[in-house]
Design a protein around this ligand. Sequence first.
Ligand code: ISL
Ligand code: CA
Length: 566
Amino acid sequence: MVIKKYAYNEIMRHTMWYKEAIIYQIYPRSFCDSNNDGIGDIKGIISKLDYLQELGVNAVWLSPIYDSPQEDNGYDISDYKKVYPPFGTLEDMKILIAEMHKRGIKLIMDLVVNHTSSEHQWFKEALLDPSSPYRDYYIIKKGRKNGKKPPNNWSGFFGEGAWERIPNSEDYYLHLFAKGQPDLNWENPKVREEVKDILRFWLEMGVDGFRCDVITLISKKQDFKNRFPTIALTGKDAYVMGPRIHEFLHELYEDVYTNYDAMTVGETVMSSLEEAKMLVDPKRQELDMIFNFDITDTDNIMGVKYLYRKFKLQRMKKVYRKWQKGLDEINGWNSLFLENHDQRRLPGRFNTNEKDLREVSMKMIASSYFLLKGTPFIYQGQEIGMTNAHFEKLEDYKDVEIHNIMNLRKHHPLVKMIVKEKVAYEVSRDNARTPMQWDDTEYAGFSKVEPWIKVNPNKEYINVKQSLESNDSIFHYYQDLINIKKNHPVIKDGEVIELFKNDNKVYAYERKNKDESIVVITSFSDKPIKRKALEEFKDNELLLCNYQEINDIISLRPYEARIYKK
Ligand code: ISL
Ligand code: CA
C-alpha cells in the first residue's frame, strides 16, 4: 500500500503497527515441505498460516527466500528479484502475502545487503572484467607482497580471514562471512540505488517491512589498514558501525520507507547501547527497532559463543534493565527475543531444563521476556519447546559455520584448545534448523521424504499435533501470553518497574500505566523457593501460571511463573 509521503518531522509516517506486533520467525528451509523434495517451501508456509493464526501472531519475519546457491542457506543472494526455485516462485510469494494479509498477518522480509552471493551477476561481471562498472560494487583491493598476502589482517565471522584472492590476479575481495558472500561497497552510490530498487520492488508487492541482516556492517572505514589482532573478528573497529552507517540508513529511510507503511528491524551485531540509541531514535529516522545480542551473550565470554560461561540471572537482569531503560530515554522501541535461526535452542539454556522440567521451564522463560516493553519474537518451534539436535557426527551438521570452525580446529592447536568439540556442537546454528516437528511420523510431518537435515528424534513427544491436543502445552501458554499482550494496552506502553531486583533466582517486573498494572514473576530456580514478599499478591487476580493452581502464595515451585493483575 502506498501512502502519502510525509514531511521530515512528521514521524507518524508509520501507523507504528510494529508496536502491536507479535512476530513469528520462519526459516523456510525447515518449516514445511509441500512437494516432498526434503526442503521446506512457500506453499508449505501457506499451508500452515491457519496454525499461525491460531497461535495468535500478527506478523511473520521470513528468513531469505531469494535465489541463492545456499552456501549460507539463503543469506547469500544471487538474485534479489527471484525466488530460490525449490522454495517456489514470485507468484507463490504474491499468494503468500495475500493469504497472510487475509488473516491479519504482516510480512517482514529478510534483507541481506551487506553482501551478495558470489554467484550474483554483479559479482560475476566484476570478476570477469576489471574495468567493469560492477568492479566498484564490491570491495576489491590489491594484496600485499604482489598479491601473496591479503590487503590487511581482517578476519570475518565464520572463523576465516576476510579476504579471498581473485584467481589470476593480485587482487582480493572482502567477505566478512563465507567466501561465497562478497561484501558490497556501500560507498558507491550506485550500490545504494540498487538496494533502494530492491526495497521498492518488494514493498510494491505488498510486504510490510524488512529485517535488515548485519546492517551495522555496511559502512567500512576506508583506510583498510591492519588492525590490532584479536581472537575473533580482527578489524571489527573498522567494519562494525563504520563512519557512514547513520547516513546510509537515513538515506534509505528518506528515499524509500517514507513512502510506505513499512517497518524495519536491524540486526545490529556488536553495537553498544549508545550506538543503538542513535539507530532507533525516531527523530533520526534510521531504523524502527534493532536486535541486540546482549541477552544471548549472557552465557558466553565477549560475545564469542564458543567461550561458554556459566549463566547468572543477575547478568540477564542487568541487560534487560539497561536496554529497557536506555531505549525508553529516546522513545526508542525494543525487540524481545531469545531464539532465532543462529542460536541454540532454549531448553537447557539460561538455567532452564531440557528433560523432565522442560515444559514448565519453557513457559517460565517465555513469561520472563514476553511482556517487557517492545515487540516479542517467537522463532519457529520455540512455541512447542523444540530442543537442540544433539547430533553426534559432524556430517549431520550442515551449516558452513560449524564446518569452518571444525576445520580450523584441525589445523590450529590453539583453536582446538579454546573451542571444545562438544561446545561447538551445542552452539551450532543447525540446532535451530532441524525440521519443524508437526507430528510424530517418520519425518515429523515436515516432509514425506528424508529432509535436507535430520529430524530430531524427540518429535515422538515434542510436536505440534500433541501441543494442540494438550490443554496445558507450551503452545497454549504462548497463546495465553499473546492474548494478555493483546488485551492489555499497558503491555504496550506502560512503564517497566523491576521487582525483586537483588534476587538471584527470581526475575520479576511490573508493567504499569494510569489505568492498570500487571506483574510478572518468574523463578529461574529448579528447586522450590520461598519469598515472603509474594504475600502482597494474595488478593490479586492471577492471569496466568505455569502450574495448575497456587497452594501457597509465598512458595514458588521449580521454574514457577505467575502473572498477576494488580
Ligand atoms: O550466527 C552467528 C554466530 O554463530 C552470528 O555471528 C551471525 O553470523 C551474525 O549474527 C550475523 O548473522 C546474520 O548474517 C549472516 C547469516 O549467516 C546469519 O544467518 C544472519 O542471521 C550472514 O548473512
Ligand atoms: Ca519442498
